[in-house]
Ligand binder design. Structure first.
Ligand SMILES: Cc1cc2nc3c(=O)[nH]c(=O)nc-3n(C[C@H](O)[C@H](O)[C@H](O)COP(=O)(O)O)c2cc1C
Length: 154
């Protein structure tokens, strides 16, 4: 099984988790989703209002490093920080770019603890993707989840 671990990280926490997951899943590639430097602010509150505006006019950020062919993977493990209870806009944009992906997608997310509604928002934007078990860094066991998604037969 070939796995892509793709993630966006604004301040490094999701990146650290992605690196851990990468070490735990054999035969996996790691991709940090990049958007133009000018997209967000270094200030959290300004970034939150930029994000709200992007969502309200559906102007999602451009991804600078989309893989050529995601269909070479069986599984995409897709990581995001929780933003305003939901999915960060770079990850929403990545999801739109993989609408033709035929494999499975296992979401993971980091937060300061207010993460319970993340999957509701994820399902709202994931269209026809085959979304399997998610990992909530604030509440779930990492090793159990890795076992589940790497053995998943659905
Ligand atoms: C714009 C913005 C919105 C956020 N909204 C939430 C939220 O709704 N719930 C929550 O628990 N944490 C929220 N956070 C905190 C981040 O989810 C948390 O710090 C996360 O681990 C950061 O990941 P990163 O370092 O990979 O960017 C928010 C952070 C930012 C910058």
């Amino acid at each position: 099984m070939k796995t892509l671990i793709a993630f966006y990280s604004w301040s490094g926490t999701t990146k650290r988790l992605a690196n851990k997951i990468h070490k735990l899943i054999p035969n996996s590639d790691l991709l940090e989703i990049k958007v133009p430097d000018s997209t967000f602010s270094s200030d959290m509150h300004k970034t939150a209002s930029i994000y709200e505006n992007q969502k309200s006019i559906h102007n999602l950020p451009q991804i600078l490093n989309m893989p050529n062919n995601v269909n070479e993977y069986d599984l995409i493990v897709l990581g995001s920080p929780v933003w305003d209870w939901g999915v960060s806009s770079p990850v929403m944009s990545f999801i739109e770019n993989i609408s033709n992906f035929r494999g499975k997608v296992a979401p993971f997310y980091t937060s300061v603890g207010n993460s319970q509604r993340f999957m509701e928002f994820f399902h709202d934007v994931s269209g026809n993707l085959n979304v399997i078990q998610d990992f909530d860094d604030a509440h779930d066991d990492l090793n159990e989840w890795i076992k589940e998604i790497t053995n998943d037969r659905s």
